[in-house]
Design a protein around this ligand. Structure first.
Ligand code: ZN
Length: 451
């Protein structure tokens, strides 16, 4: 049985109480007690009671570091369940024109649901790669930041972009791409408006080799490095992408990455599937990260990421849900087991990836991809970003972490971000998640009615 936040003073909001007093999580089966002070973990293991402690009983529950999502497209929630059975390029061609009609309010509504679902499934740091800004409406980034603040998650806000339309050899229709100078000016503005290095990190993120010009890739890298920010893009997702690069440039995608000056420890790539041994060694030496999105990769049959080889080479590897149009769930917890199963199947080796490995990928591996060294671990000094998982049904399982990873899907009982409660007793406290789902479903119906 798990205690709840009922110990808080009826007059006080839980976040204020947590900020003013020490919070002690007691009775968890793993890792034992945890003390939280000033937004950070101050002790793990037996914690002696002090007067004024705010105690959260979690008897028999399992506590992990909050999950870190390294790749997502929140806006895609409105187009889930479409273009199934298509490969990546056909799927994109089907959806680009629909995405081009999304309003800023649509994106805000999708972000509320997407971030709410991430919180409910134990995520504390989210990434959103938003690359459709068809009318130059970069208020869309304000809307996404607003949603993250309302839900209470840390956000890596990737200012995505596309500047290569169909008429110049790109995949997206011309009306959904932007002018390169406008993209760079907007990116500067988004950085100035939103990057605080704590709750919001702005990332510079041209979309993919078949939707951007080499000039945008090079200038984006310059811009990011002038500001000390990270770079993110899709790469090596499908064999079709590789064929496109060989045909258009006579170069493999990773060779192009080198040409653009994008091989470095300030870069993480979404997918990273079709990479050969030499390329893995080079990316590993550089410390370039990979966002592994196993469900999305399976849905569109993109391939299976060489997770164990990448990790052995030194690449940070994190998990990503990817957009819900290619994932259909939008929760990070299910990706943990999917990643474990995918690695074992790919290698035909039952110990290719063990529960502790995949939990590390879902937490500290993701944090490394995002350039964060103070989230992702349950250790003194780390930010108090953590997830409490119900453990009632796992009491008979010998290894609680293995039970968590291999057992039934579950939603978090409580989630803290910087010690502040974001999910309490299974409810996302910042928003009415059920109401947000209803609003989004109605918007989605209107979007498709207008198709
Ligand atoms: Zn993606």
């Amino acid at each position: 049985m798990c205690g709840s936040w009922s110990t808080r003073s009826p007059a006080g909001r839980p976040d204020r109480l947590v900020a003013m007093s020490r919070l002690v999580i007691r009775g968890a089966r793993h890792p034992g007690d945890i003390a939280v002070e000033d937004g950070r973990i101050s002790a793990v293991g037996p914690v002696e009671a002090q007067p004024g402690d705010h105690v959260l009983r979690c008897d028999g529950d399992i506590v992990t570091a909050g999950l870190v999502n390294t790749h997502h497209h929140l806006y895609q929630w409105m187009t889930r369940g479409r273009a199934d059975g298509c490969n990546l390029f056909d799927w994109l061609v089907h959806l680009y024109p629909v995405w081009g009609r999304l309003s800023v309010d649509d994106v805000r509504a999708a972000a509320m649901v997407g971030l709410g679902e991430l919180a409910a499934t134990g995520c504390t740091t989210a990434s959103d790669h938003h690359y459709l800004v068809p009318r130059g409406d970069d208020e869309v980034f304000d809307a996404i930041v607003d949603a993250a603040g309302t839900v209470g998650l840390r956000l890596h806000l990737s200012r995505g972009s596309m500047d290569l339309g169909e008429s110049r050899g790109g995949l997206p229709p011309d009306h959904v791409v932007e002018d390169r100078d406008a993209i760079l000016a907007s990116t500067e503005s988004v950085i100035a408006r939103h990057h605080d290095g704590e709750m919001v990190h702005v990332v510079v993120a041209p979309c993919s080799p078949f939707s951007v010009t080499p000039e945008l890739m090079v200038e984006s890298a310059d811009l990011a490095r002038r500001h000390g920010l990270r770079l993110h893009t899709h790469l090596c997702e499908t064999v079709e992408e590789q064929a496109h690069c060989l045909e258009r440039f006579g170069r493999r995608p990773v060779e192009m990455l080198e040409d653009w000056g994008w091989v470095g420890d300030d870069v993480w790539l979404a997918h990273g599937i079709h990479i050969d041994d030499d390329e893995i060694a080079m990316l590993g030496r550089a410390g370039t990260g990979i966002a592994h999105c196993p469900s999305s990769n399976a849905r569109i049959a993109a391939g299976m990421c060489r997770v164990t080889d990448l990790r052995a080479a030194g690449c940070p590897v994190g998990l990503g849900v990817d957009g819900v149009a290619s994932n259909e769930v939008g929760g990070l917890f299910p990706e943990i087991r999917q990643a474990l199963y995918t690695a074992r199947l790919r290698e035909m080796r039952p110990d290719a990836l063990m529960p502790a490995d995949v939990l590390e990928i879902a937490t500290s591996g993701g944090a490394r991809c995002l350039g964060l060294d103070d989230v992702g671990r349950l250790a003194p000094g780390q930010r108090a970003d953590l997830a409490v998982w119900p453990g009632d049904d796992l009491a008979d399982v010998q290894d609680p972490l293995a039970g968590l990873v291999l057992g039934p899907d579950r939603r978090a009982r409580h989630v803290l971000v910087g010690g502040r409660p974001v999910v309490v007793d299974g409810e996302v406290v910042g928003i009415d998640l059920a109401g947000a789902h209803r609003d989004l479903a109605e918007r989605s119906r209107r979007l498709w009615d207008g198709a």
